[in-house]
Every structure is written in C-alpha cells, then in structure tokens.
Write a new protein. Structure first.
Length: 338
C-alpha cells in the first residue's frame, strides 16, 4: 500500500511516498533556513509564501523518486496541526486536492503523533512495545507511554518553554546564528559541561513534567554578571542541564512503567550530547534504545505517511471540510480527525 504524505507545519516543505508504513520510497524535504536566518527565526508570512512556491515541485519530485505514478497511490495524508496556521493550510489543501482528484481516501495527521512513532519507521521493532517515548523539539517536550501503535498516554510535558525553544533562546543570548540548537551543540563540544552550575528544574519532582524557562533565565543573569564568559563553557553547561533532566525523567518513567524499550524523536533528539547521555543510561539499565535518524527527526513527510498507513488500516478517514488545528497537542489514542 502506497501513501503520499505532505508536511508543511512550519518552514520545511516536504512530500514522501511510504509503502506499507515502513518502506520509504521517497522523502523530499526543502528547508527554508537560509530564508529565515536574517530574521533570527521563522517569519510565518514568508514561510507560507515559500510553501506555495515549493509544494508542487516537491510533490512531483517525491512521486518521481518513488517510482510510483499518482494512480498507484492508495491514499494521501497531510499534517493538520500543530504548527503555523498559514503554513499548515498550504499542505493540507494541496493534499486534499490530490486525493479528491484521484478519488483516493484522505487522512489528516497530527504532527506530534508522527514524531512519536518515527523511530519505529526505521527500526520496525513493533514487538518492543510498550515503550517510553520522548518527543523533544523546538515547540514541544512530551513524555509518553506507547502500548501499541495508535495507543499512547501522555505522562508529562513542558509547563513553559520546550527544550528546543530554550536552546534557541540561549543561542540568541549568546549571539549565535539561527538555528541556534546546532550551534550550541557544536560549541558545547569545546567547553566544560561542569563549568557552570545551572539549575535542573523539576529534576526531583515526582511527576514527569518539564520546565526550561527558569534555566533560560539563569543563563541570562549569568551572562549579565559575566559578560566575558567563555561561550563554549556556557553552551556545554546549559546543554548538560537540559540533557540531565530529559534523560533522568525518561529513564525513571521507563523503570516505573516497566516497559521494554525507550525511544526519542524530534529535532532536539539529534543533539549529540543528548544521544550520548540517553544511550549510556539505557545501556546501564538494560533498556533497548530506538532513535530516528536525523533525516526523520526534523519535520518530514515520511513520518506523516507512515502513521497514515496504520490509521488507514484501522479504518480512519478524514472529512474534506477538515480545517487546520495550529494549537492542538498530542491527540488521545486512536484519534484521527473526521
């Protein structure tokens, strides 16, 4: 079964064809980083205009690379939220149009749910469920218990800034170029992660929620007090504070819920220190770890098509009148908008 996925939730225009939910026939991603870099962040109006320019050629390229014709598609899927409303509208409506023209089913997919299952797209280790899954990205930090594909429970999430948002804000404080997360990661490798004792908010809290706003503020005050601080040391110490909390809560959830494995996804899961720290702790506790490759951690359409396959098999279909949902969170289990 071949499914065309379309993803335009923020500033990547992506289309992919995935067969049977695991075989990626194509996954085309066009980034807008250079467009938004002069502004230090994503400008919604510019992003939506660029999506309009790119969406058709990106879809055509994905179809050509897949070796499938449009007529060989069994369904079409697109992200409907969360994300930037003006960006979501482009992908959602184009995908609807393709599905309607082909007479194929259309499925609207939650971007966060796609991230949640992206590590399984490559590992195919569905037999390792239940697992603890961490979504850690620019806009979200969510810890979930996944019992089977389509069945999950949110255990905790950030109460303020997401981890990725904290990375970007600290990068701005340090005068680093956009996007800030990779720059912090790069410089941190040259610094001493024990140089500055930044706070680990909610580390010892009994629940599974996160908070990174105070850490960002702590970095701000430190820089005001130490204007000539070693940037690499600040990056390494800040990054270590984030990683300590993410890893500790993920491992504690895995042990308390007695799961078989751990997974992590989202843009921040590419961070080298995070991967190193989580892998070490998983090994120490004899927990298999599944991480999506970098190409599937950032926004991409392959993960959209993969989740759509499982929902399609479960009988899910979406209505042609469905609108975007920019502020939606991770949906309840077996939730596909009609």
């Amino acid at each position: 079964m071949n499914i065309l996925g379309v993803e335009t939730s923020c500033d990547e225009t992506s289309a992919a064809v995935v067969s049977d939910g695991v075989e990626i026939l194509s996954n085309v991603v066009s980034s807008q980083i250079d467009l938004h870099r002069p502004y230090g962040g994503v400008v919604p109006e510019l992003a939506s205009r660029r999506h309009l320019e790119l969406i058709q050629p990106v879809i055509r390229e994905a179809i050509e690379l897949s070796g499938c014709a449009f007529t060989e598609l069994d369904a079409v899927a697109a992200t409907y939220g969360p994300g930037l409303a003006s960006s979501l509208l482009i992908g959602l409506n184009v995908a609807k149009g393709i599905a309607f023209r082909l007479g194929k089913p259309f499925l609207a997919i939650n971007h966060l749910e796609a991230h949640l299952y992206s590590p399984l797209l490559v590992s195919r280790r569905f037999d390792m469920l239940p697992m603890i899954s961490l979504i850690v990205s620019g806009g979200h930090t969510i810890l979930a218990l996944v019992t089977e594909v389509g069945r999950h429970q949110v255990l905790g999430q950030t109460l303020d800034d997401a981890a990725g948002e904290a990375f970007d804000k600290v990068a701005k404080l340090l005068g680093l170029r956009y996007p800030g997360g990779p720059e912090v990661d790069r410089l941190a490798r040259q610094g001493d992660r024990a140089a500055i004792a930044f706070p680990r908010a909610m580390l010892d809290d009994a629940g599974y929620n996160f908070s990174f706003s105070g850490l960002k503020t702590s970095v701000l005050y430190y820089l005001k007090k130490h204007p000539n601080a070693n940037v690499a040391d600040v990056c390494a110490s800040f990054q270590e504070a984030v990683v300590d909390v993410l890893v500790a809560k993920t491992i504690r959830a895995a042990r308390e819920k007695a799961v078989r494995a751990v997974s992590a996804s989202g843009g921040v899961s590419i961070n080298s220190r995070f991967r190193e720290g989580l892998a070490a702790e998983c090994q120490r506790h004899n927990l298999p770890l599944y991480l999506a490759p970098a190409s599937l951690c950032t926004d991409n359409a392959a993960m959209i098509a993969a989740v759509a396959f499982h929902k399609f098999l479960g009988g899910a279909r979406s209505d042609w009148n469905l609108d975007v949902a920019p502020s939606i969170g991770l949906p309840p289990s077996d939730s596909t908008p009609g």
